[in-house]
Design a protein around this ligand. Structure first.
Ligand code: ATP
Ligand code: MG
Length: 504
């Protein structure tokens, strides 16, 4: 192997190399030689461009290294007490990035070759040296040094960034857990306390849970809270609304499909059950599933088995199932629209969340909770509600339950301007316009009393329908409120001679 010896620098002899600086600071060099004359002349060659430290012994040199940010070391091959090679080895221990050069008066090639080959010395400088080529050598070496330290700095910055990201991830994960843990669920009513009690009991188990309740009562939130307070919280919680997709798509979403299983299935796809393996799946609006889907679901619940669309083999998954519905599943069972066996498999634990109007004592805490969230988000300073406003909130109908209340408070905050209290007139018209709860039950006046039962009942029906239509705003909502199917409402209106405006 040929040692790296100084290049022929004929082409650069005339150019005076510029010093390489880091920022405004010139680099620091250390020169160690026991001959003071050599130290002086090297200082003369390099002193204009760099900060030069000199030492006459290896020991002195090491002390300087301990205190100065030395970028390059030049050592004589022969030093009192230790050889130049030994000295440079110690330099590596103290400052591994510093560039090391060896100054040699006679060619003990064997030891220099070894040192150069083993990477301990960047290059050797033969005495006597040519000042220009020495400057050039030093400059080149420092360029290498600059790149190396830049690399080290970048690697450190990358490491820092990675650590920060890891920390942020951890923080976000805790944030998600906190957001969906029990604290995010507000409720002081006895009904909600019963809900919390059951939740606490089932969270740590793998039991299937069926959550029922009207729209906006918090089924989603309860499902997430159960998952994120349980032992599976580190694994996935995947949610699928079973009413949102056509049958085949829903099946492929949940169970996956093989390429070519149906038109448009261009590739194999994993289903949510597989993705949720080890974690939980939330089947929202489970009452909307068709019979074939119900059979598949029963199979997962019974045997933990899934089969992708178009696949011949079954696979085992370990997934906790949490289902939700705003329909009366038992009724769907009696109507033959929901499999009874699946119903019983689902409702191992059943949690029913009562509508907000049946737990009005929750309204003030919820209203304050949403007020706090909305003011913080929109940078407002609203402290609370006037009594009249709160009374009205407590008395309102809230057919959309907690979601409707949340939206109402958000709307109020968004339109509050610089108000510092929510007053009655800031509430939206339909909340303000609704009768207070205690007036609500008797707000449909009885028809004129004329002893004709059928006529009076018809008149009462007419008024109730009118009222329901005016308040609910659509026929389907009015029929919901009146507790009859929409078609029956339409028929009844026709029979009662009520004008049909044709709306939904
Ligand atoms: N007890 C509660 N405490 C705090 N926020 C609640 C509570 N219940 C519901 N919410 C909030 O109300 C909104 C509606 O809740 P969620 O989406 O869980 O209802 P849902 O029962 O799943 O409704 P849907 O049947 O329409 O899907 C959400 O923004 C949720 O955060
Ligand atoms: Mg929901």
């Amino acid at each position: 192997m040929i040692p790296r010896v100084p290049d022929e620098q004929s082409d650069t002899r005339n150019t005076l190399p510029l010093p390489l600086e880091r920022g405004d600071e010139p680099y620091s060099l250390l020169i160690v030689d026991d001959e003071v004359g050599i130290l002086e002349s090297l200082e003369l060659t390099l002193g204009d461009d760099y900060r030069v430290f000199t030492a006459t012994t290896g020991q002195q040199g090491l002390e300087i290294l301990d205190h100065e940010p030395i970028a390059l070391v030049i050592a004589d091959q022969v030093l009192p007490g230790m050889t130049g090679v030994e000295f440079l080895e110690r330099v590596i221990d103290r400052n591994p990035t510093a560039i090391r050069m060896m100054l040699t008066g006679y060619a003990d090639l064997a030891s220099i070759v070894r040192a150069v080959n083993e990477g301990r010395i960047y290059r050797y400088i033969a005495k006597p040296w040519d000042p220009d080529s020495l400057r050039l050598d030093v400059r080149r070496a420092l360029e290498t040094y600059g790149l190396a330290t830049e690399n080290v700095q970048l690697a450190a910055a990358l490491r820092d960034a990675n650590e920060r990201l890891r920390a942020e991830n951890l923080y976000l994960r805790r944030e998600v857990e906190r957001r969906y843990a029990f604290e995010s669920l507000i409720g002081s009513s006895a009904a909600m306390h019963r809900v919390f009690e059951v939740m606490e009991k089932v969270a740590s188990t793998d039991a299937t849970v069926l959550i029922s309740g009207e729209t906006g009562t918090g089924k989603d939130l309860v499902a997430r809270a159960i998952h994120y307070s349980g032992s599976r919280k580190a694994a996935r919680f995947v949610a699928q609304n079973c009413g949102a997709l056509p049958d085949t798509l829903l099946e492929s979403e949940l169970f996956g499909h093989k390429r070519g299983a149906f038109t448009g299935a261009h590739e194999d796809k994993k289903g949510l059950f597989e993705l949720a393996h080890g974690g939980a799946i939330f089947l929202d609006e489970i009452g909307e599933t068709n019979m074939s889907m119900q059979v598949r679901l029963l199979r997962v619940l019974q045997d933990g088995e899934i089969r992708s669309l178009g696949a011949s083999d079954v696979r085992h998954v370990d997934v906790r199932v949490i289902a939700a519905t705003n329909r009366d599943l038992r009724k769907l069972v009696t109507e033959g629209r929901f499999r009874e066996d699946l119903y019983y498999r689902l409702r191992v634990v059943e949690i029913w969340i009562p509508p907000l109007r049946e737990r009005r004592e929750d309204i003030p805490v919820l209203a304050h909770h949403f007020l706090e969230l909305a003011t913080a988000r929109m940078g407002r300073r609203i402290k609370g509600f006037t009594n009249a406003a709160m009374d009205r909130l407590v008395a309102a109908e809230w057919s959309g339950n907690v979601r409707e209340l949340e939206n109402e408070i958000e709307r109020v905050v968004a339109l509050a301007g610089d108000a510092d209290t929510v007053t009655l007139d800031m509430l939206s018209e339909h909340v303000r316009g609704r009768p207070a709860a205690d007036e609500g039950t008797s707000d449909v006046e009885l028809p004129v009393f004329d002893w004709d039962l059928n006529r009076s009942v018809d008149e009462l029906k007419r008024r109730m329908i009118q009222r329901a239509l005016a308040e609910a705003g659509s026929k389907s909502k009015a029929s919901e409120r009146l507790g009859i199917p929409r078609q029956s409402l339409q028929k009844m209106m026709k029979r009662l001679g009520m004008s049909d405006t044709g709306g939904e």
